[in-house]
Write a protein that binds this ligand. Structure first.
Ligand code: SF4
Ligand code: SF4
Length: 279
C-alpha cells in the first residue's frame, strides 16, 4: 500500500506527521520526494548505503550536420532551443529531456548527452527502509528526481511518500499511484485556501484521502466546517503544543518523546486501510 503525505502549503508539519506515522507502523519504506528540501532524514537519521546520480538527456548539436532549419526550436515546447543564422543555442535549464528535438531533426544533427540534475540516496533507519531524492542547487526540474526515487518502491512494504508542498507538477508526480493521500493542514485562512486546492487535485486524481489538522486548537473552525460540508474524513487533530515545537526544532520525531501518538497513528493507519479498501 502506498500512502502519500501532502499539503497545499509548506510549514504545516507534513514531514513531522509522515515520519511519526512511519515510525508507528511495521515494515515501512519512506520515500522523501520533497526533493527541493528533503528533511525527513533529519528526524529518521538513516544510514545511507548507496547513492545514484540522476540525469536528464539534453541535446548536443553537431554543427557539421546542422543546416539551421529551425525545426528543433519550433517543436520545443519549453523554449530550450533558439536557432540563429549560423548557430543553435541550447538553454540546458529549460530542457525537459523529452527527446523530441533529436527525433525530429531532419539532418540527425542532434545527439543526447546526460546532464546531472540531482541524486537519490538509499539507506535504512533501523528496520525502516529510506530513500530520498535531492535536486541540485539551481536546478528546477524535480519530477525526474521524484520518478527516480519512486523506482525504488518496495512492493512488500507499506510505502510512505513525503510529497513536496503545493499543488503543482512535483506534487502530482509524487502522489500519483498512491492508494491514499493524507493532506496535512492547519486551521488558518491560508491553510484552508491551500487545502481546498489540494482537495481538488486528489479528487481529480481519484485518490482516496483524509485530513490531519495540525496545531488544531489555534486559528478558527473553518477547516473543520469545510471538511464536514465536503464529507472529508478528519483522521487526526494534533493540538498546538510548545513541547512538539521544541522536538521539531531539535529534529526529534514526535513519537519518540510523545509515545501516546504511536497508538493514535496506528489507529489512523487502520482508518486509512478501511477507507482505501472501501474504494
Ligand atoms: S532541426 Fe536539426 S538541422 Fe534543423 S536547426 Fe535543429 S539541429 Fe539543425
Ligand atoms: S529534449 Fe525536449 S525539452 Fe529538451 S530541447 Fe529538445 S525538445 Fe526541448
Amino acid at each position: 500500500m502506498i500512502i502519500s503525505f501532502a499539503s497545499g502549503k509548506g510549514g504545516t508539519g507534513k514531514t513531522t506527521v509522515a515520519t511519526s506515522f512511519a515510525l508507528s507502523i511495521n515494515d515501512v519504506q519512506l520515500l522523501d520526494c520533497d526533493v527541493e528540501e528533503p528533511n525527513a532524514s533529519i528526524f529518521l537519521k538513516p544510514r545511507f548505503e548507496k547513492s545514484e546520480v540522476v540525469s536528464i538527456p539534453i541535446p548536443e548539436i553537431d554543427k557539421s550536420k546542422c543546416d539551421f532549419c529551425g525545426k528543433c526550436a519550433q517543436i520545443c515546447a519549453y523554449n530550450a532551443l533558439a536557432v540563429l543564422k549560423d548557430s543553435v543555442l541550447i538553454f540546458p535549464h529549460l530542457c525537459h529531456g523529452c527527446g523530441g528535438c533529436s527525433l525530429l531533426c531532419p539532418q540527425q544533427a542532434i545527439k543526447e548527452v546526460d546532464r546531472e540534475i540531482g541524486s537519490v540516496e538509499i539507506g535504512k533507519a533501523g528496520n525502516l527502509k529510506f530513500v530520498q531524492g535531492k535536486l541540485n542547487i539551481g536546478e528546477v526540474m524535480s519530477p525526474p528526481i521524484i520518478r527516480a526515487v519512486k523506482k525504488h518502491i518496495d512492493p512488500h512494504r507499506t510505502v510512505i511518500i513525503d510529497a513536496p508542498p503545493g499543488t503543482s507538477c512535483p506534487v502530482i508526480e509524487a502522489i500519483k499511484m498512491s492508494n491514499f493521500c493524507v493532506l496535512v493542514t492547519e486551521p488558518t485562512p491560508f491553510g484552508l485556501s491551500d487545502l481546498i486546492l489540494a482537495v481538488e487535485v486528489v479528487r481529480k486524481m481519484q485518490i482516496p484521502f483524509g485530513v490531519v489538522i495540525n496545531r488544531a486548537d489555534l486559528g478558527d473552525e473553518k477547516v473543520d466546517t469545510y471538511c464536514k460540508e465536503k464529507n472529508i474524513s478528519v483522521l487526526m487533530r494534533i493540538p498546538f503544543d510548545r513541547k512538539i515545537a521544541v522536538l521539531y526544532s531539535k529534529g526529534i520525531p514526535l513519537v519518540a518523546e510523545k509515545r501516546k501518538y504511536r497508538e493514535k497513528f496506528r489507529d489512523m493507519f487502520n482508518v486509512i486501510k478501511r477507507i482505501a479498501h472501501e474504494r
